[in-house]
Design a protein around this ligand. Structure first.
Ligand code: ATP
Ligand code: MG
Length: 319
């Protein structure tokens, strides 16, 4: 039977190691088919979250579920359903790619291990390297082995800890394509990453953690708007005419209009809500619109959030 609720669910799940709080009680619900990105500085609790979901460590508070199965009380059910790419995939360097997968596949009793391995190798494009020792492979190919290992039992949920870390741009793009293909095939993905442009491209939603605490959660677009203040840049073919200027000034919820030789920048109360009215006004005034873009990217939003929280910390320390 398919599970109707979230594919991945944390319910006040937290983790301490002795006195150290690695993850404060966190609520998260990731629906099936989503690619969810966990972002945050080193030591912010991303790997801890993923390890709880992968049943590698237990939460010290709260609960977590994968497709409705509790990570503590139904750990075996969870393990059958998750594919994990750990932060440091420990592969057997002296074994071939194929034998690494055989070793792993044997841990899951699969109906047809050979076929499962062949299909995982084909998916990651490793067929030609199947008989090479893992120790001889470059980082990019090892990451593919780690991904093949994570998907050999065809899990519905993938937990990927920095899947493209250390990869060159083409290898990272290939990893991105493979992640998208897995989701197109019905998987749900939770991935940790420091590559914010990648997160912006492939994640439906992201969460930003800091010191084990959830600071922000939303679509990359929502985070940009929230943290960077809904600035919209409009590029026009040629200088703005008087009717165009009037139309812009008359747009509801607009402020801080800054005219530039080839267009203008402005602030909207809510960029998602107000941009259509702005564009409609521009079209009505016969503006030659070349592009309308929300300013900033997820990386700028992230850096803004980190700068703000650092300022708050300073103020607290001074108080
Ligand atoms: N087994 C452990 N024993 C003690 N402390 C731990 C353990 N695992 C993690 N921690 C601590 O928990 C905190 C969160 O670590 P975690 O590995 O989850 O961070 P992260 O966000 O994945 O960081 P990075 O971006 O560097 O991978 C850190 O302070 C870390 O030192
Ligand atoms: Mg980590």
């Amino acid at each position: 039977m398919t599970h109707a609720g979230p594919a991945i669910e944390l319910d006040r799940a937290g983790r301490t190691f002795g006195d150290r709080v690695a993850l404060r009680p966190l609520d998260l619900a990731i629906p099936p088919g989503e690619i969810f990105g966990l972002l945050g500085p080193n030591g912010s609790g991303k790997t801890t979250t993923l390890r709880i979901l992968a049943t590698l460590i237990r939460p010290t508070t709260g609960t977590a579920r994968i497709l409705g199965h509790d990570v503590v009380t139904a750990a075996m059910d969870v393990r059958r359903r998750v594919g994990v790419m750990p932060e440091k995939p420990s592969l057997y360097e002296r074994l071939t790619v194929r034998d690494n997968l055989v070793f792993w596949a044997d841990a899951h009793t699969l109906p047809d291990t050979r076929a499962a391995i062949a299909s995982a190798l084909a998916f990651v494009g490793l067929e030609a390297r199947a008989d090479d020792r893992v120790g001889q492979l470059s980082k990019g190919w090892r990451q593919r082995v780690a991904l093949a290992r994570a998907i050999v039992h065809r899990p519905r949920v993938l937990l990927l800890d920095e899947p493209s870390s250390g990869l060159d741009p083409s290898a990272a793009a290939a990893m991105e394509r493979m992640i998208r293909a897995l989701v197109a095939d019905g998987a749900t993905v939770l991935m940790n990453t420091h590559r914010l442009a990648e997160a912006e491209r492939i994640c439906d939603r992201v969460a930003i953690l800091r010191h084990g605490e959830l600071l922000e959660l939303g679509t990359p677009r929502q985070l940009r708007a929230r943290l960077l203040g809904n600035v919209v840049n409009v590029e026009l073919a040629g200088p703005p005419t008087l009717p165009v200027r009037r139309a812009v000034e008359a747009t509801p919820a607009i402020s801080d209009v800054r005219w530039l030789p080839g267009g203008f920048a402005c602030r909207l109360e809510d960029a998602d809500r107000d941009t259509p009215a702005l564009i409609a006004g521009l079209v009505h005034a016969e503006a030659q619109i070349v592009s309308v873009v929300q300013a900033g990217d997820l990386e700028s939003a992230y850096l803004e959030l980190m700068a703000r929280t650092a300022r708050e910390d300073e103020l607290e320390a001074a108080a």
